[in-house]
Design a protein around this ligand. Sequence first.
Ligand SMILES: Cc1cc2nc3c(=O)[nH]c(=O)nc-3n(C[C@H](O)[C@H](O)[C@H](O)COP(=O)(O)OP(=O)(O)OC[C@H]3O[C@@H](n4cnc5c(N)ncnc54)[C@H](O)[C@@H]3O)c2cc1C
Length: 642
Amino acid sequence: MANFFKDNADLRYYFERGISWAPIVEFVEREFKDPEGFSSVGEAVEFYTEVASNVGEFVAKEVAPRAAQVDREGLIYEDGEVIFPEALTTIFKKIKRMGLSAMAVPRELGGLNVPGIVYQICNGLFARGDVSVCAHNGFHGGMAMIALLYSIHEGTTEIDRETGCVVSTRFQEMIDDIVAGEAWGSMDLTESNAGSDLGVLRTKGVLGDDGVWRVSGEKIFITSGHAKWHFVLARTEPAPTEGGPGAGLDGLSLFLVKAYDEKGRGKKKTKTWYARVERIEEKLGHHGSATVAITFDETPGELIGERGDGFKLMLFLMNNARIGVGFESLGVMEAAWRLARDYAAERPSMGKTIDRHEMIADYLDEMQTDIQGLRAIVMRAAFHEEINQRARLARDHYAEPGSAQYKRFDAEHKKHRAYARKLTPLLKYFGAEKAVDMARQCVQIHGGVGYTREYGAEKLLRDAMVLPIYEGTSQIQALMAMKDALVGIIKEPQAFVSRMAGARWRSLSARDPLERRVAKLELLELSVQQHLMQKTAAGKLKSLSGKPIGEWPERFLQNWDPKRDFAFAMLHAERLCQIMCDVAICKTLWHQARRHSDRRAVLARYLERAEPRGRYLHDVITTTGERIIAELAGEDGAEAAG
Ligand SMILES: Cc1cc2nc3c(=O)[nH]c(=O)nc-3n(C[C@H](O)[C@H](O)[C@H](O)COP(=O)(O)OP(=O)(O)OC[C@H]3O[C@@H](n4cnc5c(N)ncnc54)[C@H](O)[C@@H]3O)c2cc1C
């Protein structure tokens, strides 16, 4: 029987050896204090494996065979309602019956209590079957978990200190709805004038004399926006500086808004709407996921956290969602690679099947290599994010302030947060871009039939193309990665110098040739960062040009405005991000190779492709860019003058 979990050896590696389960299980099982829970790491992991295997079988049997029908049927909009045609209705009925709507929700709230990483892995399996089904499914359990976490952090969830179990929570109604498979949530940020630049959004939250917040405005492109429960980002404070890009992020707050109430059962069910779904967007692909425009008109909402916390809270939600896109990308890439591989093995051309032709063999090998590379950093980021969030919860809710345990949780939270933060834009960028590349290659390997609907290759390409756009575009991920890297150098130049020295030393004298190669690649990344820093410094203070970073005076290292000062680095941010992705992947695979010798071959194959790519990117970054920067500066100057 087909099973998308069992047929994937690289994925099973993580379950069997790659993931360090003990720290995760200890948090998830609350140090085994919950009498209803598992009593050992082994028992818990056995259950997680069973869940993943069941999902793998379900997707292979029930989702993938319906993907073409889902794509053809799309969704229907009628009188403010979104209607699911037959294939989607069948799939979501089955998901509800299997209790998969709330996998990561704690067991005392009716969920399966699996770790976030297992939930995300299952999403990746869904995405291999159909990425739009995966997206919609993610707006069930994922949203319930976010609501619970928001409530815990703002102090409106009661937790039993003995067992670590949730006793009551502010957003119980929403969580109950989702756990029952009756409703789902959405994340409403984008507006017609505000996508990447959320600081200019116009939706307003106003506090009435009756103490009730009311939200008004139109949101567009909202995935599963016909949901009952909406996290809405709205302006509650005037923008401190009107007009400028990014202005007013501090004035945003986050609300939980209920879009409708329902009464009755079955065919007698009636709905009262408090918001209006205006339309479903007509999209290139992703046809099983409703992307809607929705209007709120003085719709009551509940403020989450404090006034002005909206952007911070939204980022918390986004970080998870971006790791989620990494898993979605993996699903699309697996589907594309396997479809292409199987077709190539059957299709004869010039005396042999096309997979025996050198160029096609090379494509297929690169696809598999990139999937393994992406999976390495996606798993690592999901692991760090899990420990980051769980350690923070444990610090704030289980440990005695000031105790040794408190300090340990605090240190773990901060360490893992830093790792997750570094990896998240990289995996979002790399996964989304590679999914598109791979889907396109899948079409190409199919030749003429790739351009028809017969094999589903073109559907994969249409579906993949949204990945570099939603949850923050590829360009925004690249800018974030660049900014974090360069601001890190500005804040701690000596640490950067030591990192460079360490990489140089390892590149020359490490005993293992694979370690030397990884260090050499890292050195390329660091030397590119140094170059970008020097260019940036040259613009800011001419006298520093050419001086080693460690010798820059302290006063220079203060008062940076990334938007003003980083023009040259912004131009090359995507290229820098590409090198950073390769380095992060190679370092992760090296870490695996040190423990498991069979992973050496995976690293060697990845390095073979990453090394020449790194040299090429280094060359482009260090030899181009001046002309465009000069042209932009000239145009900006001319505009300012007149
Ligand atoms: C299918 C789908 C589902 C979606 N789901 C949701 C959802 O659930 N909730 C939600 O709130 N939104 C959702 N969105 C919206 C999505 O998040 C936005 O489309 C995205 O953030 C980009 O914003 P924009 O479309 O306004 O493009 P813009 O911000 O106008 O960007 C256009 C282009 O300019 C680039 N660009 C912008 N600024 C810079 C810069 N400073 N430097 C370099 N390049 C830049 C961008 O990368 C992009 O290539 C969805 C979109 C789609 C297509």
